[in-house]
Design a protein around this ligand. Structure first.
Ligand code: ADP
Length: 552
C-alpha cells in the first residue's frame, strides 16, 4: 500500500511538473511572439521611412547579416526587392494578408508558414506614400526552439523538483500508512485516526463481538457435551469425514486403550483394534454397522453410524456398549437351564421306573410301601429343586418388588431353628441359638432363606451328636449372623466354588441328605441384595463357620 501511494504521489508530481513546464513554455512563447511583433512593427516603420527618403539606395546599404527579411512590393503585388530571394522569380504578393491589410489601412501584420523559406514567419507591412508596400519579416521561434534554448534551466528545475517530490512522496506515503499499520485490531473502536475507516472499524468491532458470543456459546455447548459424555459408561467416539478423531470420552479411551489426548489423530492409526477400525471405515463409506468385539476389559457391542449433512457424510459416531455381563448372564442362564433339566431328569427317571414296576404288578405287596416311599422321596426332591429354582429366578429378577421392612434377625433365627428342629433331631444334631435381638432393614422372606439354608447345611453336613451354634451379634456398624457347626468341613479347594449354582463337594452325599446344590447360591444372592458380606472358615473334619455381616 505504501508503495502504491508513493507511486501515485510521484506520478501526480511529475504530471503537474510536466504540465507546468508546458503551460509556462506556451505562455513564454506567446509573450515572445508579442515582443517580436512589437519590434518588427518599429523596425518596419523605420525602414519605411528610410525607403521613402532614399528609395532603392537604402537597400544597398543593408547589411547581409541582418536578421530581418525585407521585401518591397509594388502596388500591383510585384516584388521590387527582397534581400533573401531573387525578386524576379518571386510570385505576386498581392494576396498576402499583411499586404492586403497594409494597402487597405496603411499597416498590416500576420504570421504563417513561409512557402518560400519553409519556416514559420511573422510579417509586418507598411504602405509608403507612393502606394508601394514595405514588408519586414522575421522567423518566428517555435516552442521547441524555446524549450531547446532553455533546456538547461528546465532540466535543472525538473531534476530538483523530481528529487524533492520523491523524498516528499516517500515521507508522505509513510505518514499516510502509519496510522493504518498501528491499528489496534483487538479493540477497533479505540483507534483515533482516519474518519474514513471508522465504518470499517465499527463493522470489525461488531463482527468481533459476534465471534466472541459464538465462541462463548460453542464453549458452553462443548462443556455440556463433555459433561454428558464424561459421565457415560459407554464409549463414545466422534470421527470427522476424513477419519480423524474429533472427540472421545474417557470410557472410549479406556476401552480402546488409547490416550485421551489423541484427539486430532487418525483413528485407524491411534486405535489398534482391527474390528472397530473396519467398522469405522465401513461407516465412513456410508454403511452403518455393529459387531460384538472382545476387548481387554470384556465383550463390547460396537455400533458405527455415519452422520450425513446435506446428503454428504460429514462424520461417524462410534458407540461401545459393555455386553460382558449380558453375555455372561446369557451363558449362565443357558447353563442353569441345562443343569435344572439334568437335575430333574434323575428323580423323574427314578419315579417313572418305580411307578412302572408298581404298574406291572411284579412288585411284591410287602415291597409296595418301600417303592412308594422312594417315589415320595424323589418327588420331594423334585419339589425342593423346583422351589429352589423358583426362589433363585425370583432373586434374579431383583428385590425391588419384594416387601422391605424392619426385621429382627434373632426372631427369624428362632423361627428357622424351630422349622429345622425335626430334621436336626433326626440327624442327632443339637441346634443352639444365642446372641441378641437385632433389627435390620430387609426382606424377611429372603433373610429366612439365608438362615434356613445355612442352618440346614450345618445340620446336613454334620456328624451325629454334633452341634450347630447360631449367634446374632449387634455391633455399632453391623449385625452379624454366625452359623458354626462341628461337621465334616469343606476342603480348601472347594471353598471358592460352593456358592456356585449346583456345585457340590460330594454330589452323592448331597443327594443323600436331600441337597439340591442351590442352597448357598440362594444365600449368596439374598446377601448381595441386602449388601451383606459372607465369609467362610472351615476345617476339614472339624467343622465350618459361616458369617454374614449386614451393614447398618
Ligand atoms: P446342597 O443343597 O448340596 O447342600 P448348597 O449350595 O447348600 O447345596 O451347598 C453346596 C455344597 O457345599 C454342598 O453340597 C456341600 O458339599 C458343601 N457345604 C455347604 N455347607 C456345608 C457345611 N456346613 N459343611 C460342609 N459342607 C458344606
Amino acid at each position: 500500500m505504501t508503495k502504491r501511494i508513493y507511486r501515485s504521489i510521484v506520478l501526480v508530481a511529475l504530471t503537474v511538473l510536466l504540465a507546468s513546464i508546458l503551460l509556462i513554455m506556451g505562455a513564454v512563447h506567446s509573450y515572445f511572439t508579442g515582443v517580436q511583433f512589437d519590434q518588427l512593427r518599429v523596425e518596419t516603420a523605420l525602414a519605411a521611412h528610410a525607403v521613402e527618403n532614399e528609395g532603392l539606395g537604402y537597400f544597398d546599404r543593408l547589411d547581409d547579416t541582418m536578421d530581418c527579411r525585407i521585401t518591397w512590393i509594388d502596388t500591383d503585388g510585384t516584388v521590387l526587392y527582397d534581400n533573401r530571394s531573387d525578386s524576379g522569380t518571386m510570385e505576386n504578393h498581392l494576396e498576402r494578408q499583411e499586404v492586403i491589410d497594409a494597402l487597405e489601412t496603411g499597416y498590416g501584420e500576420s504570421s504563417r508558414f513561409s512557402a518560400t523559406l519553409l519556416e514559420q514567419y511573422i510579417y509586418a507591412a507598411e504602405r509608403l506614400p507612393d502606394g508601394t508596400v514595405l514588408r519586414l519579416s522575421v522567423s518566428r521561434r517555435s516552442v521547441l526552439d524555446l524549450v531547446l534554448g532553455m533546456l538547461e534551466p528546465i532540466l535543472l528545475v525538473a531534476a530538483a523538483a523530481l528529487l524533492l517530490s520523491l523524498s516528499l512522496a516517500k515521507r508522505l506515503s509513510r505518514n499516510i500508512v502509519q496510522p493504518l499499520n498501528t491499528l489496534n485490531l483487538q479493540e477497533p473502536l479505540s483507534n483515533r485516526g482516519y474518519a474514513e475507516i471508522q465504518p470499517l472499524l465499527s463493522r470489525l468491532d461488531s463482527q468481533q463481538e459476534q465471534l466472541r458470543i459464538q465462541a462463548r456459546e460453542l464453549r458452553q455447548k462443548q462443556k455440556e457435551f463433555n459433561t454428558v459424555t464424561y459421565a457415560l459408561n459407554e464409549g463414545l467416539v466422534l470421527l470427522s469425514s476424513s477419519g480423524t478423531i474429533l472427540s472421545l470420552n474417557p470410557a472410549a479411551a479406556r476401552l480402546l486403550e488409547v490416550t485421551p489426548n489423541c484427539v486430532g489423530a487418525d483413528f485407524a492409526v491411534a486405535n489398534r483394534n482391527a474390528g472397530i477400525a473396519a467398522l469405522a471405515e465401513q461407516a465412513l463409506n456410508g454403511q452403518k454397522g455393529e459387531q460384538v468385539l472382545q476387548l481387554t476389559s470384556g465383550q463390547f457391542l460396537a455400533v458405527a453410524s455415519p452422520v450425513r449433512s446435506g446428503g454428504v457424510i460429514s462424520g461417524v459416531v462410534l458407540l461401545l456398549f459393555d455386553v460382558t455381563q449380558q453375555r455372561e448372564s446369557e451363558s449362565l442362564r443357558r447353563e442353569f437351564t441345562a443343569n435344572v433339566s439334568h437335575e430333574l431328569k434323575t428323580p423323574l427317571h427314578a419315579i417313572s421306573g418305580y411307578a412302572e414296576l408298581l404298574k406291572s404288578g411284579i412288585v411284591q405287596p410287602y415291597d409296595v410301601p418301600r417303592f412308594s416311599e422312594k417315589i415320595y422321596a424323589e418327588a420331594q426332591r423334585m419339589i425342593r429343586l423346583v422351589e429352589d429354582t423358583l426362589r433363585l429366578s425370583r432373586l434374579d429378577e431383583g428385590a425391588e418388588e419384594m416387601r422391605w421392612e424392619e426385621a429382627d434377625l434373632y426372631v427369624l433365627a428362632q423361627q428357622t431353628c424351630q422349622k429345622l428342629s425335626g430334621p436336626a433331631e433326626l440327624a442327632g444334631v443339637a441346634l443352639r441359638l444365642q446372641g441378641v435381638h437385632a433389627t435390620i432393614r430387609g426382606v424377611p422372606q429372603l433373610l429366612s432363606g439365608i438362615l434356613f439354608n445355612l442352618i440346614d447345611n450345618a445340620v446336613k453336613y454334620n456328624h451325629r451328636g454334633g452341634n450347630v451354634d447360631i449367634t446374632i451379634d449387634n455391633t455399632p456398624d453391623a449385625v452379624r449372623l454366625t452359623v458354626a457347626d462341628t461337621g465334616i468341613g469343606i476342603p480348601p479347594e472347594h471353598r471358592e466354588r460352593i456358592f456356585e449354582r449346583f456345585y457340590r463337594v460330594d454330589k452323592s452325599h448331597s443327594k443323600e441328605v436331600g441337597g439340591t446344590g442351590l442352597g448357598l447360591s440362594i444365600v449368596k444372592h439374598a446377601a448381595e441384595l441386602h449388601k451383606a458380606k459372607i465369609s467362610l472358615d472351615s476345617t476339614e473334619g472339624k467343622g465350618t463357620v459361616v458369617t454374614v455381616r449386614f451393614p447398618k
